[in-house]
Design a protein around this ligand. Structure first.
Ligand code: AP5
Length: 221
């Protein structure tokens, strides 16, 4: 099975991907996380990526595909995976079509309003080590400023500044949103109202995954 999560910055792709990973065991593959790891390692690829990410633009396809192909080749992806933030444009979607997937493809379009995005990203804190995601109000860490999972000090992402968020929203509208129609033409898209609480969004996503896989509700746990 392959789950593809489409949606604007802050729509909850990472949150949903983590919930599916923990409930169903499918690895969460976030191209944003892979890129941030490369940036932290200061690899040649990471240095190229950092400048694009800091502007709210997409990183070039060759860089992203190199990271993604390496990740998809690992054993844990054999049964399927949840793609968070990939594909991001038509070229990436076409490339994904050439990467084998014998099971169903389920695409979620997480639909969110701009006001909600701005509030969520202002309050988001992430763990730079394990990429766990928090929200200062809706999902605070148990100890303020410290990751519940690995104890690392939480940070605010560099691209969560208002001016960069505006650019990320424009990039999403121009490059990624058109993919919804592409996948809808295959009958693969499920639009989800992602303005509501995370529990409600995750419950609806899991209900659809279970229905597509022909499992009784909650059997994926
Ligand atoms: P990426 O890391 O993918 O960022 P993004 O798409 O902008 O999405 P975000 O991670 O900001 O948000 P999200 O939808 O995952 O929301 P989250 O769950 O964290 O990409 C970053 C950059 O990398 C891009 O700009 C680009 O430069 C580059 N890049 C990445 N992939 C690429 C690709 N394929 N090609 C080229 N370049 C690429 O939730 C946000 C906050 O809200 C959190 O605090 C969370 O706790 C909270 N929250 C989530 N859901 C809810 C809810 N339902 N109710 C209340 N709070 C919620």
């Amino acid at each position: 099975m392959r789950v593809i999560l489409l949606g604007a910055p802050g729509s909850g792709k990472g949150t949903v991907a983590e919930a599916l990973r923990s409930a169903c065991g499918y690895p969460k593959i976030s191209t944003g996380d892979l890129l941030r790891e490369a940036v932290r390692e200061k690899s040649a690829l990471g240095l190229v990526a950092a400048s694009q990410m800091g502007k709210g633009a997409l990183v070039d396809d060759a860089t992203v595909l190199a990271l993604l192909n390496e990740r998809l080749a690992r054993d844990d992806c054999r049964r399927g995976c949840v793609l968070d933030g990939f594909p991001r444009n038509l070229a990436q979607a076409e490339c994904l079509d050439t990467i084998g997937n014998s099971g169903p493809e389920i695409v979620f379009d997480l639909v969110v309003s701009v006001d909600v995005v701005l509030e969520r990203l202002a309050n988001r804190r992430t763990c730079p080590r394990c990429e766990a995601i928090y929200h200062l109000v809706a999902k605070p860490p148990k100890t303020p400023g410290v990751c519940d999972v690995c104890g690392t000090a939480l940070v605010q992402r560099n691209d969560d500044k208002p001016e960069v968020i505006r650019e990320r929203l424009k990039t999403h509208a121009a490059k990624t949103e058109p993919l919804v129609a592409r996948y809808a033409a295959r009958g693969a898209v499920h639009a989800i109202d992602a303005d509501g609480p995370a529990e409600t969004v995750v419950r609806e996503v899991r209900r659809i995954v279970d229905a597509v896989l022909g499992r009784p509700d909650g059997a994926g746990k």
